[in-house]
Design a protein around this ligand. Structure first.
Ligand code: C2O
Ligand code: CU
Ligand code: CU
Length: 509
């Protein structure tokens, strides 16, 4: 479903915003002639074995473009951070040191820990200070991530590089039989879109239409390299896909249309591998897929364009390009698709390993009957000026240009929802105008219904982000506590929307 109920007045706001952008100098359109093709960088691993690990938030510079350096932020490296490996049943001890001159946080996205350890906006780390946490890890094996979450600054800080992957391992679970040699046949792939200025600096703007639909860049980075090349062994390879982009939703498929299997979503393994030829990944969503490279052929992972904006497919091509919505076309790309990265399998051909039939250790939904229902309306206008307000039907409660939920822009001083620990609730989330990736902290949920259709659990597994199409219904339960001082968040994971106020806070008592 594209462009749900774009009303005349929201179209007017959107077009007015476009006029603003046209007047400001836009990003440089690079030729991309010789930028791609570097070997895929693999983030180093940091494991906690009793002793704490330390992440330093630092400013540095990175080389994405030949001969140009780009000022970036990272955790213990110039851009992005190491892959953190946490083990179920163990304590993860992490020190986060802020070496920047601005506050940051470190939010463990997808980790089931009490809210005081969660790294949300209330847990700011001031410059030159350290935040130390000891986190009991108790959840199934999964691919998660971490990123800064300072209210109003999240989009910019993540864009600059304050993010990384987390892998939770579960030694108590039966062997999944999946490839597990990190960096060899088990590859982390952090997919992001960025835009560059002529001097090599990142281009970023959080205003006008870029704020309205979320910022999109015209260059695709994987683990901090532009359209790199991976050299997996010939055989079955597991790809841990993380959409670490601010706003872009990808529709991924291989250039030779080869089939693959999805084996995990945000909260861990699916009950059994799901055969697919394409997969959609909204901001903050993760998927683990198994790909057979035993034919040794070079293949490219492609994405289709992202039509997630209030005009959907009808947005004129010129505007799409102006907004970075349409990445520059590459030599091998056909109109409407662009390259993410390529694979050049190497080594000796070997028989592809067997794809497991099922995963007995996969997390199962255990929700029971909901004791309460809640309705959440995501508003693109919480300042009383836009169509979202009429739908929310509540008094305006935000500064000019703010977005909100149920008619109210985010406030650090207001608790929006009080849940009881262990109680299942049914949430109905409504999104007009465009699709919004809705995220809940501290837990995983089950999507029952989305975009007018019932959702089969086996096809999605447990999630912590759902791309709401019109209306989604989810079952949520939280087993950890969260107090008014350090509440959990729920929000749209288009980071420009989150920063504009499409976020709320909840306690778990
Ligand atoms: Cu990645 Cu509040 O989340
Ligand atoms: Cu989160
Ligand atoms: Cu949104």
């Amino acid at each position: 479903m594209e462009a749900v109920n774009m009303t005349t007045s929201s179209r007017r706001t959107f077009l007015a915003g476009l006029a603003t952008v046209a007047a400001t100098p836009m990003l440089t359109r690079l030729t991309h002639a010789d930028m791609a093709g570097r070997a895929l960088p693999v983030p180093p691993v940091m494991e906690t074995h009793g002793a704490p690990i330390t992440l330093d938030a630092i400013a540095g510079s990175s080389t994405f473009l030949p001969g140009l350096s780009t000022p970036t932020l990272g955790f213990s490296q110039p851009y992005l951070g190491p892959t953190l490996r946490f083990r179920r049943g163990a304590l993860a001890r992490v020190n986060v040191r802020n070496r920047l001159n601005t506050p940051i946080t470190s939010h463990w996205h997808g980790l089931h820990v009490p809210a005081i350890l969660d790294g949300g906006p209330q847990l700011q780390i001031p410059p030159e200070r350290q935040w130390s946490v000891e986190m009991p890890i108790d959840q199934p094996a999964a691919t998660l991530w971490y990123h800064s979450h300072v209210h109003g600054r999240t989009a910019e800080q993540v864009y600059q590089g304050l993010a990384g992957m987390i892998i939770v391992d579960d030694p108590s679970a039966p062997d999944s039989g999946l490839p597990a040699n990190y960096g060899v046949d088990d590859l982390p792939l952090i997919i992001q879109d960025r835009a560059f200025r002529e001097n090599g600096a990142f281009h970023y703007a959080n205003r006008g239409p870029a704020r309205m639909i979320g910022f999109r860049g015209d260059s695709i980075l994987v683990n901090g390299a532009i359209r790199p090349v991976a050299a997996p062994p010939m055989g079955l390879v597991r790809l841990r896909l993380l959409n670490g982009s601010n706003a872009r939703t990808y529709l991924l498929r291989f250039s030779d249309k080869r089939a693959f299997h999805q084996v995990a979503s945000e909260a861990g393994l699916l009950p059994k591998p799901v055969p697919r030829t394409s997969i959609q990944l909204a901001p903050a969503e993760r998927a683990e897929i198994l790909v057979d490279f035993s034919d040794g052929k070079r293949v490219t992972l492609l994405s289709g364009p992202d039509h997630n904006n209030p005009m959907g497919r009808n947005m004129p091509a010129m505007m799409r390009q102006m907004l970075g919505d349409d990445p520059v076309q590459f030599p091998r790309g056909k109109p409407g698709e662009f390259e993410i990265l390529s694979f050049e399998p190497h080594g000796k051909p070997r028989a592809a390993g067997k794809i497991p039939d099922s995963f007995p250790g996969a997390p199962r939904p255990q929700f029971g009957e909901p004791v309460r229902t809640r309705d959440l309306v995501l508003n693109m206008h919480a300042d009383g000026r836009g169509p979202g307000m009429q739908r929310g039907g509540q008094p305006s409660a935000g500064p000019a240009g703010s977005m909100g939920i149920n008619g109210r822009a985010f406030s650090m001083d207001r608790i929006d929802i009080a849940m009881n620990r262990g109680e299942t609730e049914l949430w109905t989330i409504r999104a007009a105008e465009m699709r919004h990736p809705f995220h809940v902290h501290g837990t995983s949920f089950q999507v029952l219904h989305n975009g007018g259709q019932d959702v089969a659990f086996d096809s999605t597994g447990l999630k912590d982000v759902v791309l709401v199409e019109g209306e989604a219904r989810i079952l949520v339960r939280c087993d950890h506590t969260s107090t008014p001082e350090t509440p959990y968040m729920f929000h749209c994971h288009i980071l420009e929307h989150e920063d504009a106020g499409m976020m709320g806070q909840f306690t778990v008592g």
